[in-house]
Ligand binder design. Structure first.
Ligand SMILES: [Zn+2]
Length: 248
């Protein structure tokens, strides 16, 4: 029968790997969602851009109508001025003509400004459309890759969980319930390799007696954090080398 300390090392390897795989799998839907949000935002921006252009067109038309009306008004006022019977009426019309001409000049400036903006925005439209299209294609490709990656990781997770179960099933009937209780509390962090004489999880030093037990691959739990202890690859090598040196 395989000693617990050897099984622990296996279990920890698989449980850590399974945890990492789960974390990775969990991140994928969030990444896909982020892409979708990005595209939605870009589509909204593009639509706003188009709407703005439409509004600009309407506003130019309105200003042109107003420009014509004001010119008609000036012509009418000038006619009235020419026909004015007294100086008072003549002067009043002169003032009104001046105000209307100032209005015309203002509307004319506004039309010019709006037309310039319309031209610039219309010229930029194809580029905006191209950028949106490229971003959509990129997002679709990311989603496809992420979905494939997720399927691959899920396959790896199933395999790793099977290996984990197989390793766990090697524990004796006496050790298994104790092990399961600790796993329930600590999940993938239920096992802790030693660093020297120290539990790597809680940094508590273990006794020499416990050290001997861990080196004999017995079922040993840290007295401080209750995690199950095992020799790390490196500690095992150090220990075997010192044993070999003692024998020589
Ligand atoms: Zn500990």
């Amino acid at each position: 029968m395989t000693e617990p300390g050897i099984i622990f090392k296996e279990i920890h390897k698989y449980s850590k790997h399974a945890f990492e795989l789960q974390e990775h799998i969990g991140r994928i839907p969030r990444q896909i969602k982020a892409q979708k949000t990005r595209i939605e935002r870009m589509e909204k921006e593009f639509k706003d851009f188009q709407d703005h252009l439409k509004k600009l067109k309407v506003s130019i038309h309105e200003k042109e109508v107003s420009f014509k009306e004001l010119n008609t008004k000036v012509a009418k006022l000038q006619k009235q001025q020419n026909e004015a019977s007294d100086n008072k009426a003549y002067d009043a019309l002169k003032i009104e003509i001046g105000t209307t001409k100032a209005e015309i000049s203002k509307v004319e400036d506004e039309i010019l400004l709006a037309i310039t903006e319309q031209e610039e925005k219309t010229a930029a439209l194809p580029e905006q459309e191209k950028l949106l299209k490229a971003a959509k294609a990129e997002a679709a490709s990311i989603e496809k890759n992420s979905t494939d990656r997720k399927a691959e990781l899920e396959k790896q997770l199933t395999e790793t969980n099977a290996l984990l179960k197989a390793a766990e099933s090697q524990l004796s009937a006496e050790h298994l319930p104790k092990y399961l209780r600790i796993v329930q509390s600590f999940k993938h962090e239920a096992l802790s390799p030693l660093e020297g004489k120290t539990c790597s999880s809680c940094a508590t030093e273990i006794t020499s007696q416990m050290m001997n037990e861990v080196r004999s691959y017995l079922f040993v739990a840290c007295k401080s954090c209750n995690r199950l202890l095992y020799l790390s690859e490196q500690e095992e090598r150090v220990f075997r080398e010192s044993e070999a040196a003692d024998e020589a």
